[in-house]
Design a binder for this molecule. Structure first.
Ligand code: CUK
Ligand code: CUA
Length: 633
């Protein structure tokens, strides 16, 4: 019944056909052996069909139990959903231009975008919310940009991006993860594409000299503390629950530059970084630098000898993907085979043993390797010892028991597969509620399907992605919601509603617009009171307030060619009474939330009358909330 219209895993290579020929049978056999006839593959259950339980329904006017943080993929944004209703609550622009909020237009957002404000695109994959003692602490959400090699940080009190950093010496930040214990002081960003180092025109034709690096950022300052150069590339990554390690998958251990080459090896690896040893090396000056960059780079290469002082390379079958540490104690991590029907379970304590010199072979850290199905990508967890793995090729989520998988690996004849459910279709990431934290509760699982095909009305050749919600609280998984989404969520996480405490109105001393406040001070302006035009040569600064339904200034006069900065301070004190400032025919529109100051700078190059108006519906007289910019020729 599954119609895999997509073959994008590998369209035409004989390599994949060989692989499927060899392993499809294995996957099917293991599955059939697991749950018995009639229980194995179930058709998708709809919300209506499963409405009997209905604990997941959120009635109009009721609030959700969780905030869901969704990556927006190549839209460059991060989205917030209410879970379990799957209602979209907010889109937070990060690397993208956003017409509604003025992200990329205002001076405040341009300061965050920095030199890369010129790029109007990003590709967000892995949102991660900061921790204290492996519990969400509501400070920040970090997010990678695969397209332009950046890391962004969202302040969760105002739900706006406050820092963006470009990572040097690498191309494509794909994996992103955070230190959990004692709290998030470090952010880890895994470089994916391999390039010459420095990438200045040398070694173009010699991929044996292409490398990538793991980068560690200071979560508070967002400065890059150090990098580690590795063999192969990296894609997904995660940390332990002890603050000691970060690890990443590598799907290209052969350092290939073509698909065929990347599919060559029978085994690639997960590479684990020993953070304390790396930081000791940096402190001792045992590092080098690359090109113009001053970032300390520690040498973590040496896959043939299983790693270096700082790294260990654990062999994992066939183009591994997904790297997830099991809650609530962080005892294991699970890596998927992607082109192997297996998941590999590694015990973090055995990684300790490796670095303590107690093991001869990195594979001794592996405690289980269950067969789960075809195209395993990512794994998430409940609070009852079960893992849930997404199967891209099978379009399923498979639930399996970790302890039984370990028993099976040790030779016991036990069935570790607990359940399977169809998802629609071609699932990438999945994430259970609170599954990256000690508070894991085993209630809901989001399944981020790449194709929706027949699930919704047709909207042309491209269909929405389908983010499904699955109730995992019982023995059997139940599909409870289809959530069509726009390009293209890769990863999501759920934070309990009480774990976040967003502000209702801005504080007047908020750092987000502190520089603008400084500028006003230098002009002798009190933003909370003054409506004034300051001329400074051909630079004109227009300060105005807003209180629904009035701008403090309904006209101002400038000369053609003036560089005009408009600063609007919203004096409304009630949450949700936001105003917008749109200047007609100037490409300008931005948000000013209660007690916020926002500004924009442009050249008034067109003589005449130019109306500005409030773009955020705020009052019965919202239409009348407007004014004129008079530009003298
Ligand atoms: S990657 Cu997209 S499905 Cu960027 Cu986390 Cu696996
Ligand atoms: Cu102010 Cu609409």
């Amino acid at each position: 019944m599954k119609d895999h219209k997509d073959d994008s895993m590998e369209p035409s290579s004989p390599g994949r056909r060989r692989f499927l020929g060899a392993t499809a049978a294995v996957g099917i056999v293991s599955a059939a052996g697991a749950t018995g006839a009639g229980m194995l593959v179930r058709s998708g259950e709809t919300a209506a069909a499963s409405a009997g339980g209905a604990s997941h329904s959120v009635k109009p006017g009721e609030l959700d139990e969780y905030y869901g943080f969704w990556s927006g993929g190549h839209s460059g944004e991060v989205r917030i959903f209410g879970i379990p209703s799957m209602r979209e609550l907010l889109r937070i622009p990060v690397f993208n231009f956003d017409s509604a909020t003025g992200w990329g237009i205002t001076n405040e957002s341009k300061r965050v975008l920095g030199d890369n404000g010129g790029f109007l695109n990003g590709d967000t994959h892995h949102p991660k919310v900061s921790y204290t003692d492996a519990r969400y602490d509501g400070r920040w959400c970090f997010i990678n940009d695969k397209a332009n090699t950046r890391v962004g940080r969202i302040r969760l009190d105002i739900m706006r991006t406050d820092k963006i950093v470009t990572i040097p010496n690498v191309q494509s930040i794909h994996g992103l993860t955070l230190q959990r214990v004692p709290k998030t002081e470090r952010v880890f960003a895994a470089g994916e594409m391999i390039i010459p180092t420095p990438n200045d025109g040398r070694d173009l034709d010699d991929p044996s000299k292409y490398w990538t690096l793991m980068s560690c950022l200071d979560a508070e300052t967002m400065e890059i503390k150090w990098q580690v150069i590795v063999d192969g590339n990296m894609d997904n990554c995660d940390t332990d629950y002890a603050g000691k390690y970060v690890g990443a998958t590598c799907y290209n251990s052969s350092r290939g530059v073509t698909l065929q080459e990347m599919m060559g090896p029978e085994r690639d690896w997960a590479v684990i970084f020993n953070v304390a040893r790396i930081e000791e090396a940096v402190a001792a000056g045992d590092y080098f630098t690359i090109g113009d960059s001053e970032i300390p780079v520690v040498d973590g290469r040496g896959a043939e000898q299983n790693g270096s002082k700082y790294t260990v390379y654990i062999p994992i079958p066939r183009n591994p993907h997904g790297f997830n540490t099991s809650p609530p104690d962080g005892k294991y991590f699970v890596v998927s085979g992607k082109l192997s029907p297996t998941c590999t379970v590694v015990e973090w304590a055995k990684v300790d043993d490796w670095f303590d010199g107690k093991l001869d072979d990195p594979r001794e850290t592996v405690v289980a390797e269950p067969e789960v199905g075809l195209g395993p990508l990512h794994t998430t967890f409940d609070n009852r010892g079960n893992a849930y793995t997404s199967l891209f090729l099978d379009s399923q989520v498979v639930k399996w028991n970790i302890a039984d998988a370990i028993r099976s690996y040790n030779g016991s004849d036990v069935n570790y597969i607990r359940d399977r459910i169809d998802v629609h279709y071609q699932i990438g990431h999945l994430k259970a509620s609170l599954a990256c934290s000690r508070d894991v509760d085993g209630k809901y699982l989001s399944a981020l399907s790449k194709f929706s095909k027949d699930r919704f009305l047709s909207v042309g050749p491209m269909h929405p992605e389908n983010d499904q919600l699955i109730d995992i609280s019982g023995d059997r998984m139940t599909l409870v919601h289809d959530g069509p989404t726009y390009a293209e969520p890769h990863d999501a996480l759920m934070v309990r509603a009480d774990q976040l405490n967003p502000m209702k109105v801005y504080k007047r001393d908020d750092p987000f617009f502190a520089e603008t406040v400084e500028m006003a001070k230098a002009d002798g302006i009190t933003l909370e009171r003054d409506n004034k035009v300051i001329r400074d040569g051909n630079k004109v600064r227009v300060y105005m307030t807003s209180v629904a339904p009035n701008f403090g200034m309904t006209e101002f006069r400038v000369k053609q060619g003036d560089e005009v900065t408009i600063v609007v301070t919203n004096l409304d004190t009630i949450e949700d009474v936001s105003h917008g400032f749109a200047l007609v025919n100037h490409g300008i529109n931005f948000e000013i939330h209660p007690q916020q100051t926002s500004s924009v700078t442009f050249v008034a190059d067109k003589p005449g009358v130019h109306w500005y108006y409030c773009s955020w519906f705020c009052h019965a007289l919202h239409m009348e909330m407007s004014g004129r910019m008079l530009v003298e020729a």
